[in-house]
Ligand binder design. Structure first.
Ligand code: CKU
Length: 605
């Protein structure tokens, strides 16, 4: 179990939250000399940088953008005197890819993995009613012992460089919000809920973990703030008469008010938003509240101009407006768990999320998007270091599920993206990851992983682990693109026929298909990279999807153009976006809108 609470910081009668977002001091540490030089007590220089944000795209020097190694942040924080006697925590939404946190020179936390939150208990180290110095040493190097995988090389110049085994820029830093919080000594630590529908009523079973022994009460409030159910005890069942269900693009949210009581006194109160809905896979159907849904939407990235992968509240809002406009109902958090605020918005707007752990690059190749498509195989899981990687992976699965399990929007877990699946060594690795997810999720949501092109029905040894088979396929792009698209269609259908022949009795979805397209390029007749070709590519793919009843969803790659490492395969980034990086539509957006608005929710059921 995690030794800090993953609950999102919220103010209540017993809890206080102060945002630490804003300008922080910032410094690169090329020689990793900072700790020896006592930077934990204060970093050198006067450079300031915004948090949350990736550090890379602010500067005009390429050496900074491409920097690999340690870098430091510092900020003063005032801890109110009235907080003495409380538990004081510093919470980082994420530090990419690893961090060590110091307060007043004392190490208070260490965390590996760049896309999930962690807390430092600073109760004993802070000075009350005074300023305190927070210093964070972050490191963004890529390895094969942590996810996402890649390598870090030393160039002839002596500078280090990251070589990702994945197709997105290695943005890093304090990319999500930082909070200072005060909790009572006895507090709510974790909340779990499981929904069950009984006619027009519902039962919400819950488990609450606290840090003490005082009794717990739970109340459920509807959107008007009216109490609709209540219960006592750390475990119980809330019986909701005439429950308003959380539905696709028609969300209804209840507030679950959890209190720790000492007689009449409230020791702690936490409010958890929940949606009442069930999700399951039955035969080839994905059922939400027992009704079939066909997924339409996107693989996305947290990626935008200037702030990189930094949480950008404006971009989040625009993205949801565009997804609503185009008739999408779902997205995958490719290739890492996103900022918590994005799930809260999806809960509110009724979008379905396939929540992906940062297990990308488990396929040894600097251009795996190319090489996997052409059949290259690597024995990725036979490395000596695989057991270390597995531990990091399991830890990320635990942090992700603990963080996200109460979001009604999260309807499936994606446990790997495009791993190597054709060697025997992959099988026990997958088993551990899939078993762990099942064990950790109280709602037992379907699990999946995205199959790369060479994970074909005859070669892939791991597809059976998935409750939903998720395919990333690029017929007409990496395979037989351009005038050859008719060959692509033949090959595509051949593969789908082979899947069909296996009779897996599971739903299939496409978690990726797409064609790079320059927003500026038009050509009649089409050529690859033109907007015209993107439309032809879409048409062919849609015809294939429509020919197979067991295909229950399409999430196009990608929602928007995004930054990648520079190289001959990418024109200043991946251009498969339906929208540009500035969130304006390419021509294909109108075609998708037409299609998605015409598909019934329960298409093919
Ligand atoms: C995408 C073989 C497909 C790999 N897939 C992963 C994703 O991260 C890439 O951006 C392909 C692409 O556009 O090549």
């Amino acid at each position: 179990m995690l030794n800090y609470s993953m609950l999102y910081p919220r103010e209540t009668v017993s809890r206080r939250v102060v945002s630490m977002d804003g300008m922080w001091k910032f410094c690169l540490d090329e020689k990793s000399a900072g700790e020896n030089e006592k930077w934990q007590e204060g970093i050198p220089g006067k450079e300031m940088i915004p948090v949350p944000a990736s550090f890379q795209d602010f500067y005009t020097e390429k050496d900074i953008r491409e920097y690999a190694g340690d870098f430091w942040y510092e900020k003063d924080m005032f801890v109110p005197g009235e907080w003495s006697g409380k538990q004081v925590l510093l919470r980082f939404g994420a530090a990419t890819h690893r961090a060590v946190v110091f307060v007043n020179g004392t190490k208070v936390a260490e965390h590996e993995g760049g896309f999930l939150p962690f807390c430092a208990d600073v109760t004993e180290v802070v000075r009350y009613n005074a300023y305190n110095k927070v210093v964070v040493k972050v490191n963004n190097e890529l390895t094969v012992t942590n996810i996402p995988c890649g390598q870090t090389v030393t160039l002839p110049t002596g500078k280090k460089m990251c070589k990702p085994y994945f197709d997105f820029f290695n943005y890093s830093g304090l990319q999500r919000s930082v909070w200072l919080t005060a909790l009572p000594k006895e507090s709510v630590f974790d909340i779990e809920t499981v929904n069950e529908l009984c006619g027009s009523d519902a039962k919400v079973s819950y488990t609450v973990k606290t840090t003490g022994d005082h009794p717990v009460t739970v109340e459920l409030l509807d959107e008007e703030g009216q109490k609709v159910a209540s219960c006592e005890g750390k475990e119980g069942v809330l019986e909701v008469k005439n429950a308003r269900l959380w539905k696709v693009r028609d969300a209804y949210l209840y507030q679950m008010v959890v209190r720790i009581m000492d007689e009449d006194e409230i020791l702690d109160e936490y409010t958890q938003e929940i949606g009442i809905r069930t999700v399951e896979v039955k035969g080839t159907s994905i059922l939400l509240n027992g009704e079939p849904v066909y997924l339409r939407g996107f693989g996305k990235h947290e990626d935008s101009d200037i702030v990189g992968r930094g949480f950008n509240i404006g971009v989040m809002k625009r993205d949801f407006e565009l997804m609503k406009w185009i008739g999408a109902n779902s997205f995958r958090t490719s290739h890492y768990p996103y900022s918590e605020e994005i799930y809260q918005m999806a809960d509110r707007e009724g979008f379905l999320i396939i929540d992906e752990v940062p297990a990308v690059g488990l396929f040894e190749s600097l251009m795996n998007f190319m090489e996997a498509s052409t059949g290259k195989a690597t024995a990725f899981f036979e490395k000596e270091t695989t057991p270390v990687l597995l531990q990091a992976h399991l830890r990320a699965v635990e942090e992700m599920i603990t963080r996200d399990k109460n979001h009604p929007s999260v309807v499936a877990w994606s446990l790997l993206n495009e791993p190597e699946t054709t060697s025997d060594a992959a099988v026990p690795y997958f088993k551990e990851v899939f078993d762990r997810a099942r064990e950790l999720d109280p709602q037992k949501r379907p699990r999946t992983f995205a199959l790369v092109m060479n994970s074909t029905p005859d070669k892939c040894k791991c597809y059976n682990f998935s409750d939903i088979i998720a395919l990333n396929r690029y017929f007409g792009w990496y395979v037989s693109g351009g005038y050859d698209i008719s060959t692509a269609e033949v090959l595509f259908r051949k593969e789908m026929d082979a899947w069909k022949a296996l009779n897996l009795n599971k739903p299939f979805i496409f978690t990726e298909y797409g064609a790079d397209t320059l927003g500026s390029e038009h050509k009649l007749p089409s050529v690859m990279w033109s907007q015209e070709y993107q439309a032809e590519y879409l048409k062919m793919n849609n015809e294939v999807f429509d020919s197979y009843d067991f295909i229950k969803g399409e999430q196009i790659w990608n929602f928007a153009d995004f930054q990648t490492t520079e190289g001959i395969m990418r024109v200043n980034g991946n251009k498969k976006g339906v929208f540009t990086r500035q969130r304006q539509p390419k021509d294909i957006a109108y075609k998708l809108k037409e299609r998605w608005e015409s598909l019934p929710l329960g298409y093919k059921n």
